[in-house]
Ligand binder design. Structure first.
Ligand code: AQP
Length: 328
């Protein structure tokens, strides 16, 4: 049985990109693999965030993960800060990684390169992410396309550590969906849909009411030539809508394009399809918010199981680099 690990940052409200690029796969994986999912709250500290907001979003993240269909009876759901081995292993991996490879991370280049006031954590967080993954000896890491480079770093650090100190870590594989790996902002189709970018009309949140979803899809930016074809390079806005419809129906984007002639018809049917896609989540969330005791219990049980696995990996890594254990 494969071990699968993935995480989500509680830095805002979850959106359609998170669902399509990641959660969909997480739900499918829990039935076939040993699946471990983490709310990576330490990652949310890399940029300014209000403490009360972070607490609220971390709790909501757990509610949302349960709402999308994760079942704590068959998978593990926990908060990163509840397992102290994450920052501990990060240090060992920071002493394995180089400045040069962290400088090449495109997310850092986009958000903080060259700024004196940028937090050190924003520069080093790909190493924390590597620790998240390697602690659980994950074979597969389902992620959206934006995380591919970070996954490559985790693989590189695992291999380097293993070859320097002896076999310690499993080298993970990225699992990126073939359709919907990068859901784009509906108003700015050249950039990905993102929870920390303020684009209220361009972002469909998983908690949006049907009328909101319809309004946002109707106003989605396309192009003026009116030609219905799937061309992600030339027609980014339309390609995004075709991909989303393909995710909802199980077709390919080209097959979807062949069924429509007018953008308006595609938008109307896509809005209806997205409302249906997100409906079960909305209903489950309404139930769960009334039951915080269950959510806290899921996080406590998840942390206990995660800690058991993480502690064993950390001890192995610490011994490998030469740290004197308490047992001496
Ligand atoms: N637009 C997207 N399309 C497809 N997949 C996406 N993911 C995120 N955005 C898209 C995938 O969702 C999982 C959880 O991501 P995350 O929330 O932890 O962090 P992120 O990738 O940095 O997402 P955001 O929304 O852009 O957050 P902020 O704005 O706070 O940085 C990951 O598997 C990710 O690939």
């Amino acid at each position: 049985m494969y071990r699968v690990f993935s995480g989500v940052k509680p830095s805002g409200d979850f959106h359609l990109g998170n669902y399509v690029g990641a959660f969909r796969q997480w739900v499918a994986d829990q039935r076939e693999h040993d699946a471990i999912y983490c709310v990576v709250d330490l990652h949310a500290l890399t940029e300014e965030i209000d403490p009360a907001y972070l607490r609220e979003k971390t709790y909501e993240a757990a509610v949302n993960l349960l709402s999308v269909g994760l079942d704590p009876e068959i998978c593990t759901i926990f908060a990163q800060s509840h397992v102290p081995e994450h920052p501990r292993l990060t240090w060992l991996l920071e002493c394995t990684a180089t400045m040069g490879e962290l400088r090449r991370m495109t997310q850092f280049k986009a958000k903080g390169y060259g700024q004196e006031t940028v937090r050190v954590g924003l520069f080093t967080y790909p190493v924390l992410m590597a620790a998240d993954i390697l602690l659980y000896e994950a074979d597969r890491v389902p992620v959206g396309d934006d995380q591919r480079q970070h996954l490559e770093l985790a693989r590189e650090l695992a291999q380097r550590f293993n070859s320097r100190y002896g076999q310690t870590f499993t080298v993970p594989q990225a699992a990126v969906p073939t359709v919907g790996a990068r859901v784009m902002d509906l108003q700015h189709p050249e950039r990905k849909m993102s929870k920390s970018v303020d684009s209220p009309l361009g972002t469909i949140y998983v908690a949006d009411e049907p009328a909101e979803i319809e309004r946002k899809v109707k106003k989605a930016v396309t192009d003026t030539d009116g030609e219905m074809r799937y061309a992600p390079e030339e027609k980014q806005g339309l390609a995004n809508l075709l991909e989303l419809m393909a995710v909802a129906t199980g077709e390919t984007p080209d097959e979807v394009a062949a069924r429509y002639t007018r953008y308006g018809d595609l938008k109307q049917e896509l809005a209806a399809a997205l409302v249906e896609l997100l409906r079960p989540m909305r209903e489950r969330r309404a139930e769960l918010v009334k039951d915080p005791a269950t959510v806290h219990q899921v996080l406590r049980a998840g942390a206990a199981r995660a800690h058991e696995i993480a502690a064993a990996t950390y001890e192995r890594a610490a011994a490998a680099v030469g740290l004197l254990g308490l047992g001496c």
